[in-house]
Design a protein around this ligand. Structure first.
Ligand SMILES: Nc1nc2c(ncn2[C@@H]2O[C@H](COP(=O)(O)OP(=O)(O)O)[C@@H](O)[C@H]2O)c(=O)[nH]1
Ligand SMILES: [Mg+2]
Length: 424
């Protein structure tokens, strides 16, 4: 054996990470180094000796290594999934979403205005249903001895959030007998009831399902009502404002949209396209870069000119950007100077595709601004619609509206019953 090769083998042994292997590697490294230092004449005999010693050491320690590996494998599937999900989540929080490059929207786009086929919540939630109920059904059809273990795994990966999964699982565990736990229909019924009770606790009784979108806004007793829209970049704020103002204008309300995203000229242009489409007025004073000033002046104008509703767009920001969050608090504060109760509504727009990250955003924005509602966009096509349950359970902020497409009418009031029927 050449001295170069000996170096490589010694290095390989040093690279082992398992505690036992490190121990073995250390021993072998010493022996190899010894060989390397030996005078050439003694090397053959020493090499044989080294390999014998290496074999003996491996024979002694292999059972320990296997035992250690086996122990590692026996951590519960839930622990492993939770660890995996938590790694993914940390990674996604540490990597802020890149600002989406928006496609220009043209007012002549018929698809945006009408569309061939009406979008429905049920259709929008098909992927979520597959990811949720489809996989729960599979867990039962695979003849598993304990199907609930697999159900737990499904729930952990359905973007519900670990706290909510635990409460669903303990409910199943406490209310079902051992035989019921193996019965798909009973598990389905119990899960449905529990999810509905979570949704009721934050969205009110099932009667609220029948409220149309305008009835979900808190209206000012007097003067213009202010609705402030917040959220991260690309969540769908501007699009939703466009859809909402079209809806409100259609109901005969005088709507003023304040272009509070003063960071990017493109954002103002995009809002202009949407307000033209919705046939409502935009307030976008030229040269004003302070979003608080835009919001303040918009409310003053609405008050002076008897508008019914002011919808304030804001620049997207991450909840981790302290200065920008402070700026948002200021935007909220200054509006009250003009109209003491304003803003009467502070709604966060969340992209359902961001799954558990949406839950974190909602929590942080809520702490800063005391949110009064949630709009979940892009429910169409996402498999992560389970986030509705986590937000309701953990934050108790009512979910007001679902965005289910890019067209102007693709906005639906959130119905608890319809949601549960669609996913399970
Ligand atoms: N599929 C789908 N796309 C949406 C929905 N809402 C918004 N979008 C798209 O999301 C992208 C970002 O929207 P935008 O309103 O500019 O986000 P903002 O940065 O929060 O103002 C645009 O391409 C929108 O068309 C929705 O409900 N469904
Ligand atoms: Mg925007």
């Amino acid at each position: 054996m050449t001295s170069d090769k000996r170096h490589v083998y010694a290095f390989y042994f040093c690279l082992e990470t398992d505690a036992f292997c490190v121990y073995i590697s250390a021993g072998l490294t010493v022996l190899f180094s010894g060989v390397f230092m030996m005078p050439e004449a003694h090397q053959d005999a020493i090499q044989i000796l080294v390999f014998c010693v290496a074999l003996i050491i491996l024979a002694i320690f292999t059972p320990f290594v296997l035992k250690a590996l086996k122990k590692n494998k026996t951590s519960t599937p839930a622990d492993q999934i939770a660890a995996r999900e938590s790694d993914k989540l940390t990674e996604s929080i540490q990597t802020p979403p890149r600002e989406k490059v928006l496609q220009p929207v043209t007012t002549s786009s018929e698809a945006v205005l009408s569309g061939d086929e009406a979008a429905t919540v049920e259709k929008a939630l098909l992927k979520t249903r597959e990811n949720f109920w489809g996989r729960i059904k599979n867990a039962f059809s695979s003849n598993a001895v304990k199907p609930l273990d697999d159900v737990e795994e499904v729930l952990y990966t359905a973007d519900i959030g670990s706290t909510t999964v635990q409460s669903l699982m303990s409910h199943l565990d406490e209310t079902l007998s051992s035989s019921d736990k193996k019965d798909l229909d009973t598990v389905k019924k119990t899960l449905r009831e529990k999810i509905l009770s979570i949704l009721h606790a934050s969205n009110g009784s099932v009667e609220h399902d029948h409220l149309a979108i305008p009835q979900r806004i808190k209206w000012a007793a007097e003067g213009p009502t202010v609705l402030m829209i917040v959220g991260v970049n690309g969540a769908g704020k501007t699009t939703t404002i466009g859809k909402l103002s079209a809806l409100m204008a259609g109901q005969g309300k005088r709507v003023l949209v304040a272009a509070g995203d003063t960071f990017r000229a493109a954002a103002q242009n995009q809002l202009k396209v949407w307000t033209d489409r919705a046939q409502v007025e935009i307030f976008s004073p030229e040269g004003v870069t302070d979003p608080s000033a835009v919001a303040f002046d918009a409310v003053a104008k609405a008050k002076a000119q008897n508008y019914d509703l002011v919808i304030v767009d804001t620049a997207g920001r991450l909840h981790t950007q302290v200065n920008l969050m402070e700026e948002l608090k200021k935007v909220k504060r200054v509006m009250a100077k003009n109209s003491p109760e304003a803003p009467h509504n502070v709604w966060i727009v969340l992209d359902a595709n961001s799954g558990q990250n949406a839950l974190i955003q909602a929590r942080e924005f809520h702490q800063a601004l005391n949110l009064t509602g949630v709009i979940l966009t892009k429910m169409d096509g996402t498999a992560k619609g389970g986030v509705v349950i986590g937000i309701s359970n953990e934050l108790k902020i009512p979910i007001k509206i679902l965005g289910i497409g890019e067209r102007i009418h693709d906005l639906k009031p959130f119905s608890q019953q319809e949601y549960v029927d669609s996913i399970i």
